[in-house]
Each structure stands twice: as C-alpha cells, then as structure tokens.
Design a binder for this molecule. Structure first.
Ligand code: URA
Ligand code: SF4
Length: 207
C-alpha cells in the first residue's frame, strides 16, 4: 500500500472484517492525489455500496452543494470514510470493524498528506478527537500534528434535521479562511528560518 492506487486495489478485495460478507462494493474513496482537503465520512450507504463511490446519494448531493458555496468541485477534494464497506441497514459501524479498517484511513492520511481534514459526523470526529462532541466543536479548526482537523456535522444529519443545514453552510464558509491562514503560516515559517543560514554560535548564546 505505497500508493493511493494500490491502497484502492487492496480495499476492493479486503476481507478483514465481516462487512465484506454483506457489501456489494467496497468504497475506498476518491479525489486528487495531493488534495488540500480530505473529507472523511462515516461509511458507505445504500447508493455508495451499489457503485463503489463515496457520497453519491442524497448526502452526497448536499455535500456537493456545500462545496459549491465556497467555489469547490468534488474533484478538488478527496472524499473517504472511516469504514470502507457498508454496514448492513446503515447501522453504526462496530468497534471491531473500525479497528480492522483503520489501517486504510491511516495510510490515506499519510499518502494524501492533506492540510485540512474535515470530519463529517461523530464517528469521523472521534477518530481524531475522541473526547469531543460535534455540537461543541463543529466549525472550529483544531491543530492535529502538522495539520488541522475541522469538525462538521454529517450531511445526512441535515437531511433529517432541517435546521442543521444552515449550520453546515456556515461552517463550510469558514474553510477558505482556514486554508488562507495555513498558506500564510507556512510562508512565515519559511521566512523566519531560512534553510541555508547557519546561526552564529556567539549570537545564540545571547538569546
Ligand atoms: N454517508 C457517509 O458517511 N459516507 C458516504 O460515503 C455516504 C454517506
Ligand atoms: Fe476491509 Fe474495511 Fe471493508 Fe472491513 S470495512 S472488509 S476492514 S475494507
């Protein structure tokens, strides 16, 4: 699994948990190989299982609309899930399924190396910030290693609870500002520590 393509091939035939017995297609995820943003949902639903692609049902339509608000297309971002195969009847994924599938998400994060990980829903959030609740932290970027976690509600939640749609929209509109801030931060680091300058030991003693 040293490339996204080989990871996708491994997921397609994976039998490491019992979800492989009921899936039609596993859903590795899709998007560019070096995205700024990685969206992580919970797991494939009915429509995703049918065709092997993430967020292609009603939640996917809402996600597309939300991306459109900030001038992004689906092809600009990578979209993945915590578990890559559909839990029967869309039940919650079980701890042993999440554990068995974890290696794929870990590898996706490493290979894709996104600047921002947008977690969609509770299962995705607790993968990174296990003690947090969405109602408390949604829309608030959190530094995680050298990238940011940006928690959002799951689009499906807004399909059931209409008032969450505007919350999702407001949170999505904060993303461009975060990306801008990250660009500025990396420029500042670059100017403060020029790579080819060796500090003068005498000067260092005075600091
Ligand atoms: N919901 C998810 O969490 N993931 C999908 O891919 C589709 C719906
Ligand atoms: Fe493998 Fe993950 Fe599918 Fe389980 S959910 S069979 S671990 S790809």
């Amino acid at each position: 699994m040293d490339s996204i393509k080989s990871l996708e091939r491994a997921v397609a035939v994976c039998t490491d948990c019992s979800l492989c017995e009921t899936r039609i297609h596993s859903v590795p995820g899709e998007g560019p190989e070096k995205p700024d943003i990685l969206f992580i949902g919970e797991g494939p639903g009915f429509h995703e299982d049918q065709i092997g692609r993430p967020f292609v049902g009603p939640s996917g339509k809402l996600l597309d609309d939300l991306l459109g608000l900030i001038g992004l297309a689906r092809s600009d971002v990578y979209i993945a899930n915590v578990v890559k195969c559909r839990p029967p009847n869309n039940r919650d994924p079980l701890p042993e399924e999440i554990k068995a599938c974890r290696k794929y998400l870990d590898q996706q994060i490493r290979l894709l190396d996104p600047k921002v990980i947008v977690t969609l829903g509770r299962f995705s959030l607790i993968r990174f910030l296990p003690k947090e609740t969405i109602s408390k932290v949604h829309g608030q970027p959190r530094l995680w290693g050298h990238r940011y976690i940006f928690p959002m509600y799951h689009p499906a939640a807004a399909l059931h609870q209409g008032n969450l749609r505007s919350v999702l929209e407001d949170d999505m509109r904060k993303l461009p500002e975060l990306l801008q801030k990250i660009q500025t931060e990396s420029t500042e680091v670059g100017t403060e520590v020029p790579e080819d300058v060796t500090p003068d030991p005498e000067q260092l003693k005075m600091l």
